[in-house]
Write a protein that binds this ligand. Structure first.
Ligand SMILES: [Zn+2]
Length: 180
C-alpha cells in the first residue's frame, strides 16, 4: 500500500456504503425549504441553491421532506388507548397518515403500535423522517472550524472544536508524515 501510494488514503469508492450521488451529510446539514427552487417529481431531482456556491441539481432524497402530500382524511386519536381494540388497530395500521410538520405520507407499523400501547405514548403526528431529522439536529453538531496546523502552521479546516476537545490539530501532510 505504501509503494502504491494508497497508504493513508480513503477507502476506494467501490467499498462506499452510499451511491455516488447520495450523501450522509444531509441529516447534520439539512437542506432548508427556502433553498429549493425546483422539484422534478418525475425524475426524482431537485434544484437547490447552495448559497455562495451557486445552484446544484440533487437527487431529491434530501429534499423529500418538503414534498407536500394531500391529507388522507384519517383522523388520528389523541389517546393511544383508543387503539386497544383490534378493529381500531387494523384501521390505523392500514391508514396513510400525513405528517403535521412536513405533509409527507407515513404509516405506523404493528411493532411500533405495540410499543406505543405498551408505554402509553400517543401515536406520533410527525413522520419518521421528520422525527429522525429533529433527533439528528439535536445529536450532531458538525461545524467546520479553521485553525492553523499545530505542527507547521498551515491553515486547515476540521470538524474538531479545539476549545471543546482541547486537542492538537495537524494538517494532512504533518499527520501522514508521522504515521508513515
Ligand atoms: Zn502541518
Amino acid at each position: 500500500m505504501k509503494a502504491d501510494g494508497e497508504w493513508g488514503e480513503h477507502f476506494p469508492m467501490m467499498t462506499a456504503l452510499f451511491t455516488y450521488y447520495d450523501s450522509y451529510s444531509y441529516p447534520p446539514w439539512p437542506i432548508e425549504e427556502e433553498q429549493i427552487s425546483y422539484i422534478d417529481r418525475e425524475n426524482g431531482l431537485a434544484e437547490v441553491d447552495l448559497g455562495g456556491e451557486g445552484k446544484t441539481i440533487l437527487h431529491w432524497r434530501p429534499v423529500l421532506e418538503f414534498v407536500r402530500d394531500e391529507a388522507s382524511g384519517y383522523e388520528l386519536a389523541d389517546d393511544v388507548r383508543d387503539y386497544v381494540g383490534e378493529d381500531k388497530q387494523k384501521e390505523l395500521l392500514n391508514a396513510v397518515l400525513v405528517c403535521d410538520k412536513t405533509s409527507r405520507k407515513y404509516r405506523i407499523q404493528s411493532r411500533e403500535l405495540y410499543f406505543y400501547l405498551k408505554h402509553n405514548i400517543a401515536i406520533p403526528r410527525e413522520s419518521f423522517h421528520a422525527r429522525h431529522t429533529r433527533r439528528m439536529k439535536q445529536l450532531m453538531r458538525c461545524d467546520v472550524h479553521s485553525y492553523n496546523c499545530d505542527k507547521c502552521g498551515k491553515e486547515v479546516q476540521t470538524v474538531y472544536n479545539k476549545s471543546v476537545d482541547g486537542r492538537e490539530v495537524w494538517c494532512g501532510e504533518c499527520y501522514q508524515g508521522v504515521i508513515m
